[in-house]
Design a protein around this ligand. Structure first.
Ligand code: BG6
Length: 492
């Protein structure tokens, strides 16, 4: 039985219920299964089902699936409500034969992350004795190093680490997991995957959307907390980790942790030159006026919260010493694209340099997370005809070429893994804290030094010029919707 706290929120309707529906259609849900939505809104079971159907297809299967959904009006601050919850879970568990297995999903405002686990524990619902008890914690996991530590301490009072599943939905993305398969199932990449052959690494996560009605939350957060502390550092972990010895939750998460431990923190005085923050300004896109960030609902009209952030940093270990890593993310950029680009070093001797028009080839491996999921290798080839003209060409694989395969959503994978007790794709407490340790000095520097600019960038552009200047090793790749297109102009 999956109990969702905060079930009347957007995440449940948009992501969790559709993911469960897909699992149901693929017959991956256990025979005895039920969902209990618990939040303050006074829905009946029927009203809850109706509400959840807004993001489901109108099929016969949807009718059958909806019958698995139940609802309990619930005030997380009221002790009595936990007794009602326990009773309801016991009755439904009997009826649906769920074997006493319970997963609690915290999808409430984070201010309740302290109280719900404590009350569940007090109501005797946290101990795995008859059946398992697991707790899924949605992001944000803390808003600072201090609050993340406090949250860990609090959760560990009531649940064991093995019972806690901290969601980072990027780890649920098929193409993020494919990084491990690309690196560790092929013999050809790993020997090159180090400072001797890699010149620099760049990771971009660009969004065309703005804050979309989440101004209140976002204005307290900003791009560094919202995307870099979690999603982009996790991607960095997968790109930079040492090969794990076995495929297991702890083996893999130990390696990610080691990467985070090796991140060289930016000193306060470096923040002005190695980190760039920006905020989108109003602009005209195809004749339509787009509001600037400060005009968004819920945002302070003189806000200095960043909607764009770019960083340069180093990983101090044998594999990566001296290799710059670049991360950037932003809202209201020209394309919705997430990808990592590994730039390999140039050849040591330029045999063709005497040929007119010669440009050294930059071998790049582009790992596209979304959209047009796939992999692209850029390499030099001879242009047919006289002489030895070198041309850079693309070798590409697109997931869409795999006939009959649809990529499961991140939440689908993560919910199923949690039901199966596999925590590989969930963040471990120590790694979350270590990621905060890296990010916190940047947040502090930005807060304490108002002279570090918050650069404006017009909505629909690639962020501030200062971020281009940050990248010393050549321009960022300006990716397009299609993996194989890049450059300065593309269809958006
Ligand atoms: C969320 C952030 O974690 O990730 C959002 O809070 C962001 O601000 C979203 O839009 C991006 O996720 P995706 O899967 O659309 O890349």
């Amino acid at each position: 039985m999956l109990v969702i706290f905060g079930a009347s929120g957007d995440l449940t309707r948009r992501k969790l219920i559709p993911a469960l529906y897909d699992l149901y259609v693929k017959e991956l849900l256990p025979a005895g299964f039920a969902v209990v939505g618990a939040s303050r809104t006074p829905f009946s079971d029927e009203e809850f089902r109706e509400n959840m159907r807004t993001f489901l297809p109108g099929t016969e299967k949807t009718d059958l699936f909806s019958k698995m959904l139940h609802y309990l009006p619930f005030d997380p601050e009221k002790e009595e409500d936990y007794h009602l919850l326990r009773k309801r879970l016991a009755d439904l568990g009997q009826e649906k034969q769920t074997g006493g297995n319970l997963i609690f999903y915290l999808s409430t405002p984070p201010s309740l992350y302290g109280i719900i686990p404590a009350r569940l524990h007090a109501a005797g619902l946290s101990r795995s004795d008859r059946g398992f008890r697991r707790l899924i914690v949605e992001k944000p996991f803390g808003t600072s190093l201090h609050s993340a530590r406090e949250l860990n301490v609090n959760l560990l009072h009531y649940f064991d680490e093995e019972q806690i599943f901290r969601i980072d939905h990027y780890l649920g993305k098929e193409t993020v997991q494919n990084m491990l398969v690309t690196r560790f199932s092929n013999g050809i990449f790993e020997p090159l995957w180090n400072r001797n052959f890699i010149h620099h690494v760049e990771i971009t996560s660009a969004e065309t959307l703005g804050v979309e009605g989440r101004g209140g939350y976002y204005d307290q957060s900003g791009a560094l907390r919202d995307m870099i502390q979690n999603h982009l550092l996790q991607l960095t972990g997968f790109i930079a980790m040492e090969p794990p010895a076995v495929l297991g939750a702890d083996a893999i998460r130990n390696e990610t942790l080691k990467v985070f431990q090796a991140l060289r923190p930016l000193r306060e005085e470096e923040t002005a030159t190695m980190a760039v923050r920006g905020q989108y300004l109003s602009s005209l896109i195809r004749g339509e006026k787009i509001a600037g960030y400060r005009e968004e609902k819920g945002v302070n009209p003189s806000s200095r919260t960043e909607t764009y952030a770019a960083l340069k940093f180093y990983i101090d270990n044998w594999r990566w010493a001296g290799v710059p890593f670049y991360l950037r993310t932003g809202k209201k950029l020209p394309a919705r694209v997430t990808e990592a680009v590994v730039h390999f070093r140039h050849v040591p001797h330029h045999l063709f340099s005497g040929i007119p028009g010669y440009q050294p080839v930059s071998n790049q491996l582009v790992i596209r997370i979304q959209p047009d999921e796939g992999i692209l290798l850029k390499m030099g080839m001879k242009e047919p005809g006289a002489g030895f003209h070198v041309k850079t060409v693309n070798m590409d694989f697109h997931y869409s070429d795999l006939a009959g395969i649809t990529l499961p959503s991140a939440y689908e994978r993560l919910l199923l893994d949690c039901m199966q007790g596999d925590a590989t794709l969930f963040s471990r407490g120590d790694a979350v804290e270590e990621a905060w340790k890296f990010v916190q000095p940047i947040l502090d520097a930005w807060e304490n030094n108002p002279h570090i600019p918050v650069y404006g960038y017009p909505a629909g552009t690639w962020g501030p010029q200062a971020a281009d200047d940050l990248m010393e090793e050549g321009p960022w790749r300006f990716p397009c919707k299609n993996l194989t297109d890049d450059g300065t102009y593309c269809e958006l």
